[in-house]
Ligand binder design. Sequence first.
Ligand SMILES: Cc1cc2nc3c(=O)[nH]c(=O)nc-3n(C[C@H](O)[C@H](O)[C@H](O)COP(=O)(O)OP(=O)(O)OC[C@H]3O[C@@H](n4cnc5c(N)ncnc54)[C@H](O)[C@@H]3O)c2cc1C
Ligand SMILES: *[C@@H]1O[C@H](CO)[C@@H](O)[C@H](O)[C@H]1NC(C)=O
Ligand SMILES: *[C@@H]1O[C@H](CO)[C@@H](O)[C@H](O)[C@H]1NC(C)=O
Ligand SMILES: *[C@@H]1O[C@H](CO)[C@@H](O)[C@H](O)[C@H]1NC(C)=O
Ligand SMILES: *[C@@H]1O[C@H](CO)[C@@H](O)[C@H](O)[C@H]1NC(C)=O
Length: 460
Amino acid sequence: MSIPSQYDVVIVGAGVVGATLGATFGRQGRKVLLVERDWTEPDRIVGELLQPGGVRALEKLGLRYCLEGIDSINVVGYSIFYHGDNVSIPYASDPNVPGKTLEGRSFHHGRFVANLREAAKNSANVTVLEATVNEIISDKSTSRVLGVRCTNKKTELSEFYYGALTVVADGTFSKFRRDYISTPVQIRSHFVGIVLKDAIMPSPSHGHVILGNHPPILVYQIGTHETRMLVDVQGKLPSASNGDLKRRLEDVVTASLPACLLPSFKAALATERLRSMPNSYLPPSANDTHGLLLLGDSYNMRHPLTGGGMTVGLNDVLLISQLLSPSRVPSFDDTNLVVAKLNEFYWKRKNLSTVINILAQALYSLFAADDSRLRTLQNGCFRYFQRGGIYVSEPIGLLSGILPVPFILISHFFNVALYSIYGLFKDASGSQYLAVTWESVCVFWKACEVVLPVMWSEWR
Ligand SMILES: Cc1cc2nc3c(=O)[nH]c(=O)nc-3n(C[C@H](O)[C@H](O)[C@H](O)COP(=O)(O)OP(=O)(O)OC[C@H]3O[C@@H](n4cnc5c(N)ncnc54)[C@H](O)[C@@H]3O)c2cc1C
Ligand SMILES: *[C@@H]1O[C@H](CO)[C@@H](O)[C@H](O)[C@H]1NC(C)=O
Ligand SMILES: *[C@@H]1O[C@H](CO)[C@@H](O)[C@H](O)[C@H]1NC(C)=O
Ligand SMILES: *[C@@H]1O[C@H](CO)[C@@H](O)[C@H](O)[C@H]1NC(C)=O
Ligand SMILES: *[C@@H]1O[C@H](CO)[C@@H](O)[C@H](O)[C@H]1NC(C)=O
C-alpha cells in the first residue's frame, strides 16, 4: 500500500535526538519536517555531559563540529570521592591518537542543542516549523500512522502534516508514548541542579561523583566559569519555596563536598535558583505500529547518574541512519520494509543500550545505598575501582559507551559482588565466620535483586 505523503518524515521535537535525526535524514536527501514547540535556546539542567561514545557517534554523523564554539569543556574521565578517599578513572586511550585519551565533552545543554538545530536548518531538505504537536494521526482502519496535527505558534491555527514516517522524539515528558508503550515510567529519585561560579575543581577535566551516607552528587564544569552540581534526592522532593530544599542541600552537600568546592557552593546556594528534574527509568519496548518510530527519551530512559542518555540517543540516530539509508530503503512509503528495518533496529541497538541502561540503574542502586548490604556493595565497588587496571578500564569503557558488550558488564558486576564479600571475610575473625557467611549470602542475594530485574527488562 502506498500513501501519498507531503514529507518523507515528520519529526516531533527538535531536542538532542530530533534535531540530530533531522539533520541526518536531510543530508541523506529525505524530505523532512521538523516540528518543535519552542525554537529559542533551551535552558535546562539535563544533557550536559556527553560521553566519548556519544562524541564518536556525532563524529560518524558528521556533526562533531556542533560541540565547538560553545565554550565546552574536555572531559578525560571521572573522579570518585568516597568518605575522604578518592579514585581517578580515566577514559580509554584514543586508538587513533597515541598518548591521548578518548574525549568526552561537557557544556551548556541549550548551546549544544542550538548547534544541532542549526545543522538541521542548514540542510536544504529540512523544513522547520514552530508548532506544538497535539495529536498523532493514524488511519482508523489500519492503525498506520499518517502524520501529525499541531497548533502553529504564529497563527495559533490547527494544521495537519503528513509523512511516510513519523518520528516521536518529544523527550522525557512525552505526551505520545503512552499510546504505544504500555511499560510505565519509573521515577527513582530527582536531581536538584545548581550552578557554581568559578569553582575550584578538585580534578579539572573530570566528572566528579561524590559518595557518602547520602545519595550521589555529581559535579562537572559546563563552561569556563560555570560548574554544574546535581544532587540526587530520594522520596518526595522538599519544597523549594519555603527553603526546605535549600536546607536539605546545605546539610547533605556541605558534609561531604571536597573542601575546595565549598566556597563556590555556599555562594551559589545563597544566590542561585534550584531546579529539579525527575530521574526516570523506561526500558525499551517493541511496537510495530506502521509509520511510527519513537526515539530518545520518549522511547527509552535510564538514571542520569552515568550521563548516558545522549550517548544512547545519538547512537540510535546513527544506527537508524544506516538501517534506513536511501540505498537500503529507497522510499519510506515502503512500509513493510521500514517495519522490518525498525525491528532490526530494536535488536541491534541492544548491545549498547543494555550496557548503558543496566549500568546506570545498577550503579545508582549501589551509589545511593540505603541499607547495610547495599553499603557493603558500594564499599566493594569503590575498593574494586581502587585496584586499577582492568578493574577500571573495562567499567569506564562500558560507562562511556565505547565497550558495548553486555557480558563484560555482567561479569564485572558479579565480580564487584564477590569482591565485596571477600572484603567481609578479610576483616572477620574466627568466631565471626558463621555470621559473615550468612551476611555474604545476603549481600549476594542483594546484588541479584539489583541487577536481575533490570537485565530482564532490558533483554526481553
Ligand atoms: C537531571 C538529568 C541530567 C541528565 N544529564 C545527562 C548527561 O549529563 N549526559 C547525557 O548524555 N544525558 C543526560 N541526561 C539525559 C538527556 O538529557 C536525555 O537523554 C536527552 O536530552 C534526550 O533527548 P531527546 O531529544 O529525546 O529529548 P529532549 O532533548 O528533551 O527534546 C525533546 C524536544 O521535544 C520538544 N517537544 C516536546 N513535546 C512537543 C510537542 N508536543 N510538540 C513539539 N515539540 C515538542 C521539546 O520542546 C524538546 O525540544 C540527563 C537527564 C536528566 C533528567
Ligand atoms: C538534499 O537532498 C539531496 C538529494 O535529494 C542531496 O543531494 C543533498 O545533499 C541534500 N542537501 C542537503 C543540504 O542536505
Ligand atoms: C503498539 O501500539 C498500539 C497502538 O496504541 C497498541 O494497540 C499495541 O498494543 C502496541 N503494541 C505492543 C506490542 O505494545
Ligand atoms: C585524592 O587522594 C589522594 C591520596 O590518595 C590525595 O593525595 C589527593 O589530594 C586526593 N584528591 C582530592 C581532590 O581530594
Ligand atoms: C553484540 O555483541 C555480541 C557479543 O559481543 C556480538 O556477538 C554481536 O555481534 C553484537 N551484535 C551487534 C548487532 O553488534
